[in-house]
Ligand binder design. Structure first.
Ligand SMILES: Nc1ncnc2c1ncn2[C@@H]1O[C@H](COP(=O)(O)OP(=O)(O)O)[C@@H](O)[C@H]1O
Ligand SMILES: [Mg+2]
Length: 246
């Protein structure tokens, strides 16, 4: 991942709870930045990087992610005290997603055009990383120039917040039945056969992208993903069952 420095806080994008902001950077790019000082803390940024970069390694469409270096002085020109506090608490590295200008919200028309194999791949990824934020009410999918893009992986790997994180690697993920793409997905079993070997091969590199400052010890993340991707992969069977029932 490239690292850029933030030069201007443009505006807040208040949709979910993470208070992302549109930020301009030294490369003149615009990024949707998730701040490490936001309520969810740096682990939400760990999830963004791991789930987003795993998706990319599987060939799924995710805008470029960059590390965004924030100088707390960036908040001085900001009139909103809530945003001032957020920036003050976010000095150093944050994560930014390349801004897709003019992108549209995902809707039924976009769903109808979707390749069933792509939809199945997205369902499989979200079952792997336990992403609860891909529901009809909150799809976190954008349509840009007619194509699907995946955004917002901050709620994935939510089990990382618990004390029993290592033990959750083989856990089922019942929330997959609420996935927005489940009714449009082709065979999840086929997606599993396509993607599991590629995901396993990408684990080390993807986890290695996360700044140490956020992740602390990366080994539990590598071990969790390896264990989840090896063996019987019940999460994929469960997603396939949910698709059959949908
Ligand atoms: N890369 C992007 N390009 C264009 N718009 C985006 C992008 N990322 C996020 N957005 C917009 O900002 C909203 C909030 O971003 P999101 O990452 O979903 O954070 P959260 O849901 O935690 O507030 C999205 O629903 C979408 O409308
Ligand atoms: Mg969102």
């Amino acid at each position: 991942m490239r690292t850029v420095a933030a030069t201007r806080y443009v505006l807040p994008l208040r949709e979910g709870g993470s208070m992302p902001g549109l930020v301009e950077a030294t490369d003149d790019g615009l990024y949707v930045v998730k701040f490490r000082g936001a309520g969810q803390g740096p682990k939400a940024l760990v999830a963004e990087v791991i789930a987003g970069e795993l998706a990319r390694a599987l060939g799924l469409p995710v805008p470029e992610q960059v590390l965004v270096d924030v100088d707390v002085a960036l908040g001085n020109a900001e009139p909103d005290p809530e945003i001032q506090d957020l920036i003050a608490a976010s000095g150093g590295l944050n994560v930014g997603l390349d801004f897709l200008p003019g992108s549209l919200a995902f809707d039924e028309a976009a769903a109808a055009r979707l390749d069933p194999a792509l939809a199945a791949d997205v369902v499989w990824l979200d079952a792997l990383v336990m992403n609860v934020d891909r529901t009809p009410r909150n799809p976190n999918l954008l349509v840009w120039h007619g194509n699907l893009w995946l955004i917002d992986h901050g709620a994935a790997l939510y089990v990382q917040h618990g004390d029993d994180f290592p033990a959750t690697a083989t856990r089922r993920f019942a929330a997959i039945r609420d996935h927005v793409l489940l009714p449009h997905a082709g065979s999840i079993a086929d997606a599993d056969a396509r993607l599991a070997p590629r995901a396993l091969a990408a684990v080390d590199d993807v986890v290695g992208l996360v700044p140490e400052d956020w992740i602390g010890d990366p080994d539990p993340y590598r071990a969790w993903l390896r264990e989840r991707l090896s063996g019987s992969r019940e999460f994929a069977e469960e997603a396939e069952d949910a698709r059959a029932a949908a």
